[in-house]
Design a binder for this molecule. Structure first.
Ligand SMILES: *Cc1c(COP(=O)(O)O)cnc(C)c1O
Length: 391
């Protein structure tokens, strides 16, 4: 037997973390790391945030799980708060980003099919997109490396280039139900959709009676300096998927929708055994307690305004390593000149955790609670590694 007990679907870095505090992680072998990956944009409030720890402890001693056969107070509270702070009128809770996207796609199909449009099912997605690893969401993402060996590809997804409204219009047909977009593409390499493009997507959706779905699984929950990234554009979707930052590290996802879009999601149409259980809801409500405090998003923008000029200076100083810094707020992509995996490995060696992304990008996704000390430490490590790579 050569296969490992843990199914070897990941190329893991050889480190075991034992403990975390704020933006710092401590490995079992004594090494300390500055976490600018945040578990891929998940631990938005850092590790072991006292308010989250306390909320989970209290809930853990009371009740973990009851199923959705019964009302769940934490769900009602969290849904109310998400509704109050967004375009949405209603929320479905699940456990991951892919599940949130599955709910979004099902909601869009059902919207049309329940109104008699039985063959409206196709969804337009954008090149470079990532929506998860289920059979439907790998088809939505359309990336060959994710589809390879898992044929047949789930039918119903048409992919067009990011940023081009004419090509998007050209694929709208009688069977088109919806358009899906990440307001800032994450896995694709930190690519923000500009405001005019966002407005154009809304116009096309309205013109053809399509539902507009935003996948804010990575860019949502304060990452860009607003609760939701699409708020920068003033454009609202009909449906939106959330996950990553929502539980601050506890697995929880959500699909938000307007009343009109979700009108036919009636009892029996969708479900999840674990989705929105009391433990998950305690974590997510605790995250919102912190994020909805006055000044939280201002802090994200303020630290981003300190970090960005320093990153731009690195790009200028080390053109052989980085050619561009892009993104929004604390969702940052450094376009790498050497293979991004090599740069991420070197940064790891110096104690800074970052994440690779598409288009040869090194992603910086620090916890939103970082301050000057973390910025200075991260920039010092980046500078050192850039100098080594330039030599
Ligand atoms: C991570 C991600 C997903 C998938 O989330 P999982 O929790 O891994 O299923 C979907 N969409 C986007 C934009 C993501 O970044």
């Amino acid at each position: 037997m050569t296969i490992t007990a843990v199914m070897p679907t990941y190329a893991r870095t050889d480190v075991v973390f034992e403990r975390g505090e704020g933006a710092w992680l401590y490995a079992a072998d004594g090494r300390r790391f500055l976490d600018f990956g945040a578990g891929i944009a998940v631990t938005a409030l850092g590790h072991a945030h006292p308010h989250l720890v306390a909320a989970l402890k209290v809930q853990a001693e009371k009740l973990w799980h009851t199923s959705n056969l019964y009302r769940i107070a934490g769900q009602e509270k969290l849904a109310d708060r998400l509704v109050k702070n967004s375009f949405a009128d209603t929320v479905f809770f699940c456990n991951s980003g892919a599940e949130a996207m599955e709910c979004a796609i099902k909601t869009a199909r059902r919207f049309h099919q329940a109104q008699g449009e039985k063959d409206k099912y196709r969804v337009i997605t954008l090149r470079g997109a990532f929506h998860g690893r289920t059979l439907a969401t790998i088809a939505a993402g359309g990336q060959e490396k994710h589809l390879e060996g898992f044929a047949p590809k789930v039918d119903g997804f048409d992919q067009v280039p990011f940023g081009n409204l004419n090509e998007l219009r050209a694929v709208v047909g009688a069977q088109t139900a919806a358009i899906v977009v990440e307001p800032v593409q994450g896995e694709g390499g930190i690519i923000p959709a500009d405001i005019e493009y966002m407005k154009g997507l809304r116009r096309v959706a309205d013109e053809y009676g399509l539902l507009l779905i935003f996948d804010e699984v990575q860019c949502g929950l304060g990452r860009t300096g607003k609760l939701f990234a699409h708020e920068w554009s003033g454009v609202t979707p009909d449906i939106m998927a959330l996950a990553k930052g929502l539980g601050g590290g506890f697995p929880v996802g959500a699909c938000l929708a307007s009343e009109r879009a979700a009108k036919f999601m009636v009892p029996g149409t969708h479900g999840s055994t674990f989705g929105g259980n009391p433990l998950a809801m305690a974590a997510a409500n605790a995250v919102l307690d912190v994020m909805l405090e006055p000044g939280f998003f201002d802090h994200v923008t303020e630290v981003a305004d300190v970090l960005w000029p320093k990153l731009r200076a690195l790009v200028a100083k080390y053109p052989k390593v980085f050619s561009e810094v892009r993104g929004k707020g604390l969702m940052i992509g450094l376009k790498s000149v050497p293979p991004n995996g090599d740069v991420v490995a070197k940064l790891f060696g110096q104690g800074l955790l970052t994440v690779v992304g598409g288009d040869n990008v090194v992603r910086l996704l620090p916890p939103l609670i970082i301050g000057d000390a973390e910025i200075d430490a991260a920039v010092a490590i980046l500078d050192k590694v850039c100098a080594e790579l330039s030599a």
